[in-house]
Design a protein around this ligand. Structure first.
Ligand SMILES: Cc1cc2nc3c(=O)[nH]c(=O)nc-3n(C[C@H](O)[C@H](O)[C@H](O)COP(=O)(O)O)c2cc1C
Length: 191
């Protein structure tokens, strides 16, 4: 693969919140998740575990929490999206930690899980699938846990709705990198 191809893949990876009704088969999901597990993690602990959720009632219950928080946090400005009950698949990315015990440890663990989540997003995009990383529901994780059947030693780091995008999405818009780089000390211009 040329660098230009990888750059193009990254530049067209978008937050997709609306999907066609077409299903996503298990083999495709497993391919995406296999790519996710190629990520680095501290001491190679590979803490990620995945729950693939298709059940409409579970998706609906998770979506209700997500939407209530969206309403509280953003009012009418919450991003538009398909109701989660209608999204083909939700992937919950979990990792081992004791829920609520140590926020610092959880943050450090996040650093070992999000590279896998990014791999997941890019791999899905490479196969033509749309995804969106969500964390808003974190504020009510305690309520989510029984819906996912999580043991005490397992936490959720991301919930990723996944399906075939409703339309073609263009390149993402990002701040030009030259303005984000310092030379030697913070704030010293790069060029
Ligand atoms: C840590 C993180 C949390 C996010 N949480 C949510 C979320 O709860 N709900 C949502 O709709 N999008 C969420 N997003 C998606 C962002 O809104 C999206 O990546 C950003 O607006 C850029 O969109 P674009 O890639 O299409 O340009 C999250 C993204 C990240 C990285």
């Amino acid at each position: 693969m040329e660098f230009a191809d990888l750059e193009q893949l990254m530049a067209t990876q978008r937050a997709v919140r609306r999907f066609t009704k077409d299903p996503v088969d298990d083999a495709t999901i497993e391919r995406v998740l296999a790519a996710a597990t190629r990520a680095p993690s501290a001491r190679n602990i590979q803490p990620w575990r995945f729950i693939v959720i298709r059940d409409a009632s579970t998706k609906g219950s998770l979506g209700a929490i997500f939407d209530e928080l969206g309403q509280q946090m953003y009012g009418p400005n919450a991003p538009d999206h398909d109701p989660w009950s209608e999204v083909p698949v939700l992937v919950a990315v979990c990792a081992e930690y004791v829920f609520g015990r140590d926020a610092g440890a959880e943050a450090a663990l996040g650093a070992s899980v999000y590279p896998a989540v990014q791999n997941l997003l890019l791999a899905a995009h490479a196969l033509g699938l749309g995804t969106v990383l969500t964390t808003r529901w974190k504020r009510r994780e305690a309520e989510l846990r029984p819906l996912l059947g999580l043991p005490e030693t397992m936490g959720v780091q991301a919930i990723v709705p996944m399906g075939w995008p409703d339309r073609k999405y263009g390149r993402n818009r990002r701040v030009p990198v030259a303005g984000l780089i310092s030379r030697e000390r913070f704030g010293e211009p790069w060029r």
